[in-house]
Design a protein around this ligand. Structure first.
Ligand code: SF4
Ligand code: SF4
Length: 310
């Protein structure tokens, strides 16, 4: 029996009856569709997109572009598709960051400009003539159609919409949209200071707020306080607790936990000295402040100080 787990087990467990990920927004958990967002923004994280030995942008672009091109020449019959899958699996250089999580070789680029990731077995994908081949995949057609990651259920709708709106491209979007605990901690901190829920109108009309959110999301890629050896950049978001992020060790530094600990923890932070924690906190605080200012004083163009920020 193969060891890999992931969306099949969760999809089975969720018993989501008929809500395919490409169904209408009203049919998806939480009412906001997250998987295919725009011309350049889509996600393939639950298909194992980032679960590669080298999950850098360049390496994934080459891998996905190469397999998309190779799959174009594969006859659409079960033997040829299965053979393609087996050859791709044999070529996987490994080791994968999350050995128990599958990386599906049918994740490719689904647009002519190679800017959007998606399923090459989907009935709408190039060359499939409306036939759904996902039943031939490792997870099987039901899980591939019906799985929804925890972000669907756990993130507030305005938080989802804000991330969708500022998401720059498939690479960053898929990395961050699955970070439901990180996003909830960040937006929750803003809401705590606002003393009310955050709305899209608090952020989206303000260029600097959008930019601050994007800069926060980009910390997934360039957070300088990431503990050495932490897994990433892809995260493991399934609910089985197999690969927890390490807690920040405040005891060793003789400190009480940071007020921003939920964010620092989800960024897999590690610190050598108390001053470094303060540095990291200040970096987050500056981003929070840029989002809070126009939300607190919407008519002031974001120029007034926020009394609840820094
Ligand atoms: S990880 Fe979530 S958002 Fe991404 S493709 Fe899967 S279900 Fe959609
Ligand atoms: S067959 Fe398609 S939907 Fe299923 S895991 Fe692979 S890429 Fe994802």
């Amino acid at each position: 029996m193969r060891a890999e787990i992931g969306k099949k087990e969760e999809a089975d467990g969720q018993r989501i009856a008929a809500a395919a990920p490409d169904a209408s927004h009203a049919a998806v958990p939480g009412g906001v569709y997250l998987c295919q967002v725009g011309d350049e923004v889509s996600c393939g994280a639950c298909c194992g997109l980032y679960n590669c030995a080298d999950a850098s942008r360049g390496c994934l672009e080459d891998l996905i572009a190469g397999r998309t091109e190779a799959f174009r020449r594969i006859p659409r019959d079960a033997d040829a598709i299965t053979d393609f899958q087996m050859r791709a699996e044999r070529r996987d250089p490994g080791p994968r960051p999350y050995p128990d999580f599958y990386h599906c070789p049918f994740l490719g680029f689904i647009d002519p400009d190679r800017r959007r990731v998606g399923c090459l077995l989907h009935p709408m994908a190039d060359g499939n003539d409306g036939i759904d081949y996902r039943g031939l995949s490792f997870y099987g057609g039901l899980a591939c159609r019906d799985y929804f990651c925890p972000s669907y259920r756990n993130l507030a709708a305005p938080h989802k919409e804000i991330v969708k709106s500022v998401g720059a491209d498939w690479y960053l979007y898929g990395l961050v949209i699955t970070e439901d605990r990180l996003l909830s901690a960040f937006f929750g901190e803003i809401e705590k200071r606002l003393n009310r829920p955050l709305t899209m109108a608090d952020v989206l009309p303000h260029a600097d707020s959008r930019q601050a959110v994007l800069e926060f999301l980009t910390l997934k890629l360039n957070w300088p306080y990431r503990i050495p050896g932490a897994k990433g950049p892809g995260n493991y978001f399934f609910n089985d607790g197999l690969y927890p992020k390490p807690p920040v060790d405040y005891t060793r530094l003789g400190m009480a936990p940071s007020a921003l600990d939920p964010i620092l923890h989800e960024l897999s932070s590690g610190f050598s000295r108390p001053e470094v924690i303060h540095e990291a906190e200040a970096r987050i605080e500056r981003l929070l402040d840029r989002i809070l200012r126009p939300a607190v004083h919407p008519g002031a163009g974001g120029l007034l100080n926020c009394e609840q920020g820094l």
